[in-house]
Design a protein around this ligand. Sequence first.
Ligand SMILES: Nc1ncnc2c1ncn2[C@@H]1O[C@H](COP(=O)(O)OP(=O)(O)O)[C@@H](O)[C@H]1O
Ligand SMILES: [Mg+2]
Length: 432
Amino acid sequence: MIQHAHQVAVGKSESMLAASGGNVASTGEHIAPAPRISVQAFCEAVETAAAVQSASEDRRLAKAHVKIQMGGANAAVEAYRNSPTPNVILLEADARANEILLKLDQLAEVCDAGTRVIVVGRVNDVLFYRELTGRGVSEYLISPVGTIDIVRSICGLYSAPDAKPVGRIIAVVGTKGGVGASTVAHNVGWAIARDLSLDSVVVDLDLAFGTAGLDYNQDPPQGLADAVFAPDRIDTAFIDRLLSKCTDHLSLLAAPATLDRVYDFGAEAFDSTLDSLRSSTPCVVLDVPHQWSAWTKRLLVSADDILMVAGPDLANLRNAKNMVDLLRSSRPNDHRPYYCLNQVGVPKRPEITPADFAKALEDQPLAVIPFEPQIFGTAANNGQMIAEVSSGHKTAEMFRQLAKMLTGRAEAKRTRGHLLTPLLAKLMKRSA
Ligand SMILES: Nc1ncnc2c1ncn2[C@@H]1O[C@H](COP(=O)(O)OP(=O)(O)O)[C@@H](O)[C@H]1O
Ligand SMILES: [Mg+2]
């Protein structure tokens, strides 16, 4: 626990280094969503209340019930004298160390056993951390706190390192049909499994026409449709049986690619399948078909990261811009959607340049993948990945790079932190 308090301090300085002033998760950071919990915050500063409010609107706290009131620790002690405590109490305490500890002791008398306490305060002192953790405080955040600090600490309570693995969901979507989004999704998923040895599942969400089965040379008797049409049966064991194993670390949740049924779904149709996959698989790659419906929108908004695949023409650019705008405003505490250009350099075809895309979208593409009909056609018709046709091909290397970037592996590890960090760590280890 003492270690935990230390991690909070380190996490904070990292997020302060992030471009957006600490309100967006740093690139590669993965915060797993919190389960259905109740959270009550007792704030002192309006800025803190505002941060908790916007945290409560974050996609990762979508299932949590968050209530906010002012009045700090006094209000908390008062509130729970005669009523049960929620799963999490977030307490802002502007007071000096001794007063805070006194209040916590009072709170402890009325606090139910399972309730976790997060304290936000100004005191930055090792002895104080120790006193807090000794009293069972789960997290200590030094104010001022940003939205993402709150999200991170609440979600962190439910995804301790020793808890079950929690998967990162990467959604890949085309900004137009036929731009190669599925091809990119399948090759990147394959590279994540092969080159990073991360257990991964590719989910083919194009139920009627999906090509993941063809691309991985699999013909599974069951797959995603069995889950989505039997939502009551879904649990990890059930989903496991629907997966078909493609390589050591890669499995596929295939689309039926048959037309006997139609595939009109409600917004939440895939929620329990994805929750189940997330709880058992470190990396889930969604191959999202190019359409705009309640469920495709929800999949994109709730993914950890998004990769848009665009062809180099005006319609793709317009659509990409619209998708970026919509997704940025629905995911204000996340990294913006990434994009790559694909099928670039078709002979004689007038194209919009990567530089113009970068200017219009105010962001560089993660990759510019050339139009290579020979190798892509061979791979598609043989049920192979590009790296299997030719491991040294430059596009195979691009997929490897995309795999690294999308899983946060390509980032140079941040070693900058607080100067005192090593000393603090030592102190805390000794006292643990
Ligand atoms: N860089 C590329 N060069 C040549 N052909 C490509 C490239 N990327 C994809 N393709 C081909 O384009 C076609 C459409 O790809 P697909 O992944 O199904 O697109 P989407 O999922 O966006 O509809 C496929 O035949 C695929 O092999
Ligand atoms: Mg597709």
